[in-house]
Ligand binder design. Structure first.
Ligand code: AMP
Length: 586
């Protein structure tokens, strides 16, 4: 049975109108109950505003200007007129919904206007649009979208235009989809865990949903690791005193490792081919041709998946360089030039897969031992430096040495029998420790921007402060923790409205916890992550982070200062509410 796109568009409309995460799960699970194993993956992708798993890097790729022209074509109006309306309304979807009337003269002759759009057809159409390249491709893309727009009803057109322009922003995250799949097929969202495990290993929610419908839970449990498909990275916890490592880490023996201020890179070697994935699971192979070459030469195994950090390095001065330098390597053009200017070292620290065998369920000592066996060490690829010890004093000493070397700090890893690689999880098996943490009243946080307050006086016309939130990974919601107004340069400030424009929402986003009546002047879909330094964590009646219903207080950061944007982090990788709670407890 085929699903009409109008049904999906109505569901999107309902999702857009709700501001409750629970309601979102209900709406989506009702939709999934009407799905088939042929289309469920497509429903998942489209709800996320995607047409394929995120790591495949298949973007629909139509600039707003082109979508505008498509609307004009389908409506039989001029580009200028659509432009004028867009300036007044500000949303492509609304324009597409309103200005096109079915049967407008320019399209009636050559289109089967009466045939209703189906979900699979829309996805195929959008994939075709993404695939067209070369001369004349812009015209072709425009025409293909116009043809679909002309066939859709009001609501379908709204979401078609937004999908094509990459402006869906329904606030549906992967965890909400997993909750909805569990509700629809396993009876309750409490049953999410095996689905989540499969997703953590495959990073492909379409594959998980399809397998669930085709082969049930047993099938999902068999979903494993595959080369060329990224695994969600394991993350670390933090402590407020180094000595707490002792009580938090499950084993006596600890591997204290150098923590590099670079970019997390998961390298997949498949015979002669190497692919690199970022911590957000994007394919970053094209940015680092040098790492590709070095991994190909250094990794002796035929097929392997290695986790590690890429860090900018000054080989003349024999010194590590900061993260900001490395970020300049994230570019489309002049890649080779920048690779020469900002060379990098790749520092592998884990092995997840080797020649047909999964390593994630083996202990860390076994993974690391095997990793070292398959690496030909060179100055470009060397395993992360470390000290394996039971002695806290030795860890402290190692930490001081790392700071001396200009490193960011250390990551302490459990070496017990149960020290498995927990894909996608932030647990006590890994604990990070940075100099910031030891300086009293000074700590850094990665927060999602969820709102803004209008500026006054000198800041008129831009934002006076940003409302920032931590991530509650258990409930998949964002809880506000601070109003951030300092640390921005005048230039940063002036650019804020434009930078954040694409994430603007008319109302509070569904995944933002508004237990507290915090009312910023503007809301944003959580999309951007920034790093903040703050002096203290205090209780506050106005922020929802770690809300204590009895005391009617949450937690807030005092004296926050903006440090930098963290484009390589997804909002789900922001500092968690639990981490802030722990830090507050001290
Ligand atoms: P977090 O991502 O917030 O858990 O912080 C830990 C991050 O430190 C990892 O994601 C890596 O990108 C980075 N890192 C640098 N060196 C290491 C190391 N030796 N082991 C694990 N992570 C490291």
């Amino acid at each position: 049975m085929r699903l009409l796109f109008s049904k999906l568009a109505e569901t999107f409309q309902e999702l857009e109108e709700t501001s409750s995460q629970t309601a979102m799960v209900e709406i989506l699970s009702a939709l999934f109950q009407e799905a088939t194993s042929q289309n469920i993956d497509k429903l998942c992708f489209l709800a996320l505003g995607q047409i394929a798993p995120g790591y495949e890097d298949v973007k629909i790729g139509m600039a707003e200007r082109m979508v505008r022209s498509s609307i004009a074509l389908a409506a039989g109006k001029s580009d200028e007129e659509i432009d004028r309306r867009l300036r007044a309304v500000g949303d492509l979807g609304t324009i597409a919904a309103k200005v096109i009337r079915i049967g407008t003269p320019r399209l009636t002759q050559d289109l089967a206007l009466k045939k209703k759009l189906e979900v699979e057809e829309v996805l195929t159409g959008l994939r075709q649009i993404a695939a067209v390249e070369g001369k004349g491709s812009q015209e072709l893309k425009k025409k293909k979208l116009a043809a679909m727009l002309a066939r859709g009803n009001h609501t379908e057109r709204k979401y078609l235009a937004r999908l094509a322009a990459g402006q869906m922003r329904l606030g549906v995250g992967e965890m909400t989809l997993l909750d909805s799949l569990a509700t629809a097929f396993l009876g309750s969202k409490k049953e999410r865990s095996p689905l989540e495990k499969a997703y953590n290993l495959s990073s492909d929610i379409g594959h998980v949903s399809k397998t669930l419908m085709e082969s049930g839970l047993e099938g999902v449990k068999k979903i494993g690791i595959a080369v060329n498909r990224p695994i969600r990275p394991m993350l670390s916890q933090r402590v407020s005193h180094l000595s707490q490592i002792r009580e938090k880490i499950p084993s006596r023996l600890v591997s204290a490792e150098e923590k590099y201020d670079g970019e997390r890179i998961q390298a997949h070697k498949d015979n002669g081919r190497v692919r690199l994935f970022s911590r957000r699971l994007s394919d970053v192979t094209s940015h680092f041709p040098d790492i590709v070459k070095h991994v190909r030469e250094s990794v002796t195994a035929r097929k392997a998946i290695i986790d590690g950090e890429a860090v900018a390095y000054d080989f003349e001065k024999d010194m590590y360089r900061p993260f900001q330098k490395l970020m300049r390597r994230r570019r489309k053009y002049d890649v080779e030039l920048f690779a020469r200017e900002i060379p990098v070292k790749y520092k592998p620290f884990d092995l997840l897969y080797l020649d047909g065998e999964e390593y994630v369920d083996r202990s860390y000592p076994r993974r690391r031992e095997q990793l070292e066996k398959i690496l030909l060490v060179s100055k470009y690829v060397e395993p992360a430096g470390r000290k394996v010890t039971e002695d806290l004093d030795e860890i402290e000493e190692f930490f001081q040495d790392c700071v001396q070397k200009g490193l960011e700090g250390i990551v302490c890893k459990s070496c017990g029998e149960d020290s498995v690689y927990r894909a996608g999880a932030r647990e006590w098996l890994w604990i990070k420790w940075k100099p910031d943490y030891s300086a009293e009243l000074s700590d850094t946080f990665d927060l999602a921007v969820v709102g803004a307050f209008s500026g006054r006086g000198k800041r008129g016309g831009t934002y006076g402060a940003l409302l920032c939130a931590a991530y509650d990974d258990k409930r998949d919601v964002f809880q506000t923790v601070t109003n951030l107004g300092s640390g921005f340069t005048d230039e940063d400030l002036a650019g804020l409205p434009e930078k954040l424009a694409s994430a603007r929402k008319d109302r509070e986003p569904a995944r933002v916890d508004t237990t507290v009546q915090m009312k910023p002047d503007f809301w944003f879909e959580p999309e951007y992550v920034l790093e903040v330094r703050a002096s203290e964590i205090t209780k506050s009646p106005v922020h929802s982070c770690g809300w204590d219903a009895e005391e009617k207080k949450g937690l807030a950061l005092r004296f926050p200062r903006f440090m930098m944007w963290r484009p390589e982090k997804s909002v789900e990788q922001a500092t968690t509410v639990n981490e802030i709670r722990q830090m507050h407890k001290g």
